[in-house]
Write a protein that binds this ligand. Structure first.
Ligand code: PBG
Length: 322
């Protein structure tokens, strides 16, 4: 029996020798906001250091991201036109479709993921089509499937349905297969909770609901068993990667997801988490680098294979210099 646990904590070399958890740049996914009809980056006020980028800047951005060794990018579109039918979401010349092509041209090897949801494409800002004031689950499915197909046709490696409609993964998978896109993977936002941590994102993506909230489709944050049922359904429906979102306040869900199955698990450190760290760091109340590396390690320790984070570029630079 070792009653002297401090023996293995005595020096940095010993601590490194027995370290259990690592974070690599290749585990990190960087979200990018792409805005149509714009020529210069537009800083996002509530997310210091992040901007909405024009398509013309994506080639350079993708090369930087590839040089940093990041695992992937995840694209969010801001279209110049919104309508009730969210028609620009599946247009071959839509902003995300253009963005995917621009990134694949500059960096064919870089993994490109796209968010598949209509909230930024409709004037009402809900994640599905409306029937009165209700979000119509089954009327939304073909729209999500068409959007996913158009992203895949533009060259996306992974499409990521985030609308939280029932059977969205099955609909996307089946339509991809029908269109000969069997090799496009699906990352499912399975355990996506209705959360105040998304606040800054809704400013960034101009996607706040104009009435009500998302509680009728996103999970109640008090309900881990309900979220587990959706994780199981998404496995059944053919997901390749499962996601838990938000991140830091939901590490118990990450651990449950890890123990539930052998699929890769992604944790999303969402906009509010990023902005809280930035705001405190700007006041020198915390050490940003140390906080970020500690939280990223916590995600990995809880069982996440992948972490989606707005800190990805900074974290990669810190990790590469360690
Ligand atoms: C779209 C979507 C949202 C986020 C990712 N995809 C916003 C929402 O559900 O309101 C949030 C990401 C973040 O806060 O960083 N449905």
């Amino acid at each position: 029996m070792s009653d002297r646990l401090r023996r293995m904590r005595r020096t940095e070399a010993l601590r490194r020798l027995v370290r259990e958890t690592y974070v690599h740049a290749s585990d990190l996914i960087y979200p990018i906001f792409v805005r149509e009809g714009q020529t210069a980056p537009e800083p996002i006020e509530s997310m210091p250091g992040q901007s909405r980028l024009p398509v013309s800047h994506l080639g350079d951005e993708a090369r930087k991201i590839q040089d940093l060794g990041l695992g992937a990018v995840l694209l969010f579109g801001l279209p110049s036109q919104k309508d009730e039918a969210a028609s620009s979401c599946y247009s071959p010349d839509g902003v995300v479709q253009q963005a995917v092509r621009a990134i694949k041209k500059a960096t064919p090897e870089l993994v490109v993921m796209t968010d598949v949801c209509v909230c930024a494409y409709t004037p009402h800002g809900h994640c599905g089509v409306l029937n009165g004031t209700e979000v119509d689950n089954d009327a939304t499915l073909p729209l999500l499937a068409k959007m996913a197909v158009s992203h895949a046709e533009a060259g996306a490696d992974v499409v990521s349905p985030s609308a939280m409609m029932d059977r969205q993964v099955a609909a996307v998978r089946a339509t991809l297969n029908q269109c000969g896109l069997e090799s496009t993977a699906v990352m499912a936002y399975s355990a996506k909770f209705s959360s105040a941590f998304y606040g800054p994102f809704r400013e960034a993506a101009d996607s706040a609901p104009s009435f009500g909230d998302r509680a009728s489709y996103q999970h109640d944050y008090a309900n881990p068993r309900h979220a587990r049922r959706e994780l199981l359904q998404d496995i059944e429906e053919g997901a390749d990667i499962l996601m838990v979102k938000p991140g830091l306040a939901y590490l118990d869900i990450v651990l449950r997801a890890r123990e539930l199955c052998d699929l890769p698990i992604a944790a999303y450190a969402v906009s509010g988490e990023y902005s809280m760290i930035k705001a405190a760091a700007e006041r020198s109340w915390i050490d940003e680098k140390k906080i970020v590396l500690e939280t990223l390690t916590a995600f990995r320790r809880a069982g996440a294979d992948l972490v989606i984070t707005y800190h990805a570029k900074e974290a990669a630079a810190w990790l590469n210099n360690n």
